[in-house]
Design a protein around this ligand. Structure first.
Ligand SMILES: [Mg+2]
Length: 280
């Protein structure tokens, strides 16, 4: 029924932005903070706020959004260096008070963590990603977090394989046996493909309308729906692996009687994993 062929996944990797919570919520909060700072610097804060929201709406990945917002409200180009660094610092240092996850995300993460080693793989400024995770309240549910930028800057962002390989190493499973859940085909689906793994696309957020390229193993309309699909194939893992009785008669350990994600959590207690890219 799942349409899964070949060996089952041994771990699950989830994206953060627009997968676990709506990134627009964070961007709106950060833009408001920049607007306030612009006002304090003597600019029209409301206008800067509005211009920045327009810039962010055209693509949150593009650099130079604050520069363009200031130009849009009439700040002369020659005066940008007097404003931009402090406003960029406001943006990157912004700590959103609360980011509300998509419905059902917390429960879905708990279910995934009980079924398999679980990690979060996300791109972006490590300080910002850490602030987002903290604001969602989901950090305690994610035993391993890898922020690609902490491994080697923007050049190793998804779909570069460095991040997923770091996840695989932290979880102790081959990268090809991970199942990725994320919203962006060009990042989340592609990074899985880069290591021979598979992905479930969650069609939501800024990239909801992006084409299915590369195509995912499955497409879901929400994170809980994606998690259900993942649990279905992880269930296959129980039947085909840990849950079977071996030829010598030793019963392997069924997942249902195992503590959640033992390899991860015990590993983390022993040594602070360098893969954990952010400071929190
Ligand atoms: Mg995303």
């Amino acid at each position: 029924m799942t349409g899964w062929s070949g060996p089952p996944p041994l771990g699950v990797v989830v994206d953060l932005d627009d997968t676990l919570y709506p990134q627009a919520e964070y961007l709106a909060s950060a833009a408001a903070a920049v607007g306030e700072a612009a006002g304090a610097a003597g600019l029209d804060g409301g206008a800067v706020h509005a211009a920045l929201r327009r810039e962010l709406a055209t693509g949150s990945d593009a650099g130079g959004t604050i520069d363009r917002a200031l130009l849009a409200v009439g700040v002369p180009a020659a005066e940008l260096p007097g404003y931009v660094p402090a406003l960029v610092a406001t943006f990157t240092g912004h700590t959103p008070p609360r980011l509300v996850p998509y419905p059902g995300v917390e429960e879905a993460l708990r279910a995934l963590a009980a079924a398999a080693p679980l990690a979060c793989l996300t791109d972006g400024n490590p300080v910002i990603q850490a602030a987002k995770l903290t604001a969602t309240g989901l950090l305690p549910l994610l035993p391993v977090v890898v922020v690609t930028d902490a491994l080697g800057g923007r050049g190793v962002r998804k779909p570069h394989p460095a991040g997923i390989e770091a996840v695989a190493s932290a979880l102790g499973v081959p990268a090809a046996r991970l199942l990725v859940i994320g919203d962006r085909p060009g990042k989340d689906v592609a990074v899985a493909a880069a290591v021979g793994a598979r992905a479930i696309r969650v069609r939501q957020g800024e990239y909801a309308a992006a084409p299915d390229s590369p195509s995912a193993w499955a497409v879901a309309g929400s994170f809980p729906a994606a998690a259900d699909l993942a649990l279905g194939v992880l269930g296959a893992a129980v039947t085909g692996g840990r849950g079977v009785t071996t030829r010598s008669g030793d019963a392997a350990h069924p997942r249902s009687s195992s503590p959640p994600s033992p390899p991860m959590r015990s590993g983390r207690a022993d040594e602070p994993p360098p893969e954990r890219g952010h400071r929190s």
